[in-house]
Design a protein around this ligand. Structure first.
Ligand SMILES: CC(C)(COP(=O)(O)OP(=O)(O)OC[C@H]1O[C@@H](n2cnc3c(N)ncnc32)[C@H](O)[C@@H]1OP(=O)(O)O)[C@@H](O)C(=O)NCCC(=O)NCCS
Length: 336
């Protein structure tokens, strides 16, 4: 069994509760003078806390609960990712919830979603951590640490050998504390929308055509069976396939999202992607790729994309890599 969290998690699968420990005072015998001093210092602390709370410099004293997310959390969850500037839509959140109803966790503070983390299993050997988010006013008090620990405990309980994620710079130190190590960089590339995009009519092929042909190559490229996710993703994506290669694209909050794309050779990848971006995305295109696939970088550059940000793919547990020379676009930082 892999050791998951720096502190043991005592939460049950469904729910755990804890209150902030810092306000607890030890019960000891005190003199009258000591009591007076303690009362004065308590009054001063209460005044300071209420000033900080009223000036929104500190969250109010609260009870914090880890629990599974539900449909009712979609609006809060979407607000959280939008606040971080991320491109995921409410539909992306809904899909995660449908795919991993027992793996989407939130911490509530004062009955509001303050932090989230998702654990999505791809088959029995690999799971993906995503949507690690804490509302700015609740950061640096251990919420992400608790949620991540909880999610990893669940992965361990399921016997998952490998857990991966795509880490922002902010998230990396947290993951390192849980034993995640670097695998490879992953990059967000972006192409602004153009006014000369043409409407080439319905581009999408049927999901069955795309995934039936693409499934075997996808497993080779990804290193695990992610067909459940691809089916869900495909149902809300534009699908294109040629031979065993395929490309999916879907709407994002700020820009159209290009990926996943798995192809047997660079010229097929270039043709699929070039054809897709010719058509209507006035808000532009976001494309996340593994730069170790030099052909993907060359195609992105040639098609007018530029690198926007760099994350680090991290892994915990058994090394598990697909053939990334076949992967031209990942499915999403939160999906793999
Ligand atoms: C990254 C992110 C999720 C961290 O959330 P968080 O809830 O603040 O994280 P935690 O509090 O659990 O831990 C973060 C830091 O706070 C410290 N901390 C933990 N408990 C604390 C407490 N009670 N008081 C003060 N600091 C505390 C941790 O030690 C850690 O510090 P360090 O990494 O500098 O050593 C948050 O900054 C965020 O939402 N960022 C934007 C989205 C993003 O980049 N997410 C990561 C995706 S990969």
């Amino acid at each position: 069994m892999i050791r998951s969290s720096p502190e043991p998690q005592r939460c049950s699968d469904r729910e755990c509760e804890s209150s902030e420990p810092q306000n607890r005072q030890p019960l000891t015998r005190r003199s009258g003078q000591q009591n007076k001093q303690a009362a004065q210092s308590n009054t001063a602390m209460v005044r300071l806390r209420s000033t900080l709370v009223s000036e929104q410099l500190m969250p109010p004293v609260s009870t914090e609960r880890i629990r599974l997310m539900t449909e009712n959390d979609l609006a809060d969850a979407f607000e959280l990712s939008a606040l971080a500037g991320w491109n995921q839509t409410r539909e992306d959140w809904r899909m995660l919830l449908e795919l991993a109803p027992a793996g989407c966790f939130a911490i509530e503070v004062d009955r509001l979603v303050a932090a989230t983390t998702t654990l999505l299993c791809h088959g029995a050997r690999l799971a993906w951590i995503g949507m690690v988010l804490t509302k700015p006013q609740y950061r640096h008090r251990g919420l992400a640490r608790r949620l991540l620990g909880h999610a990893l405990d669940q992965a361990d309980a399921l016997g998952i050998e490998t857990v991966k994620l795509d880490a922002t710079e902010q998230g990396q130190p947290l993951y390192e504390k849980f034993g995640f190590g670097a695998e490879q960089p992953v990059e967000r590339w972006f192409r602004p929308g153009t006014s000369d995009s043409v409407n080439a009519g319905p581009l999408s092929q049927s999901l069955e055509t795309c995934l039936d042909t693409g499934r075997a190559l996808d497993m080779e490229a990804f290193g695990a069976d992610r067909s459940s996710m691809l089916r869900k993703l495909g149902a809300r994506s534009t699908c294109r396939s040629v031979s065993k290669s395929y490309l999916l694209t879907r709407p994002g909050r700020q820009s159209e999202y290009l990926g996943p794309c798995v192809c047997g050779d660079p010229s097929t990848a270039r043709a699929l992607i070039a054809e897709r971006i010719r058509t209507g995305a006035s808000a532009g295109w976001s494309w996340d790729l593994l730069p170790e696939n030099r052909d993907a970088v060359a195609i992105a550059t040639e098609l007018g994309f530029t690198e926007q940000r760099r994350l680090l793919r991290m892994v915990r547990g058994k090394d598990l890599r697909g053939r990334q020379e076949l992967s031209y676009a990942i499915a999403g930082f939160e999906l793999g």
